[in-house]
Design a protein around this ligand. Sequence first.
Ligand code: S3P
Length: 443
Amino acid sequence: MNNYVRINKKINSFDKIIEIDGDKSISIRCVLLASQAIGKSRIYNLLKSEDVISTLKSIKQLGINYKNKKNFLEIYGSGLDGYKTEKKVKIDAGNSGTLARLILGLLVNSKNTIKITGDKSLSMRDFSRITEPLKNFGAELLSKKNSLPVEIRGSQFLRPISYDEKIGSAQCKSAVMLAALKTPGLTKIKAKKSRNHSETLFKSLNIPIKIKKGRYFDIIEINGQKNFQGFDYIIPGDISSSSFFLVLTILAKNSKLIIKNVNINSTRTGILNILNKMNANIKIKNKKIYKGEPIGDLFVKSSNNLKAIKCPKSVNSSAIDEFLVIFLIAAKAKGVSSFEDLGELNKKESPRLNISLDFLNKIGVKYKRKNDDIKIYGDPNLEITKSFKIKNYLKDHRVFMMSCIAALTLVKNCSVTINDKDSIKTSFPNFLNILKKLGAKIN
Ligand code: S3P
């Protein structure tokens, strides 16, 4: 089977209702927490993607068993001291930054040295942002050039820390929260706002946590070494995966889409605020709260009156995985859109800020870049009229998916070839199936 797709036709109008695969951040967190709970946990609608499979393989290597049942996955935890951290365990986190960073937090009390490795993309990412705070708990962490492989050897004499998380990274915040869970005493975290699924899960599991919410920062206090019971959890749809379909619908002609049961936690809905300010018309209906997480159905329609945005940097963190597709909307909007302080985008599965700008350039969109601030000169008549290929050398799943959406909405009398189709397996294996259900012609 070829590992590329070729698109030479815009998608026709559609009017459909879809469901999207389970949320990746919540799936990984649920598996890791279930592996540390006492007794059985049942996780429904777990995302079946490579990042989550790597998470399951990791807990298995640490002596935790699980079983695939018909509608759920059952995990058998044996408490905060339940990992068997035998000698020479090597955990391969694959492409997943969330897994590699969060599991390091859970290994601060490992008895032996454990090595964490990853694929080419993950091995290029910074780990000092997490090894430094974890060392303060008393664990030993070794890495060359601040990147993977990282070796961790835990301590039996952990001490609580005060940690100032300044990047707005949920992975850093969560890894420290998980280390705090293993540590006696009170760990204090001051964290720049970022996705808060770890906090909602801690609360729903009755883990002793106190949160004071500020405008830009939250103060989190965790009292560690308190065991918690196994739990049931139904994972909602992933808003980051949904965003490809929101943008597809907005840019397609005369189309309508309903996406059911999506996580709409406000720390993740930056894209909805940004696109609605640009004159898209996305509505949330049937809102409910499940174990502290808001969930709803997203209603979206095509728009042909998009306007530019001056995007405040305060929304960056709540839209961090969505800028690739937000830039496509900016490219089709009337006027000049501006975005600020997007350096973190270059620290993802690939340098996404550089890659997005190269892509815009390839399809004839004008932009200006000053350090990590960019301006995009939108053109409501934009079309792709010259064939080209996307190489995607770090096999970034979101680069693949964004390129498909661009081609399906902009291509005219030419063809776009997009490599590394397999990359969608890391986060959204059903991406192409759903596109085909909506009528997309993909070769
Ligand atoms: C994630 C946090 C974000 C995000 C990533 C998933 C998480 O990364 O980009 O896809 O599940 O905690 P940072 O926390 O590094 O910003």
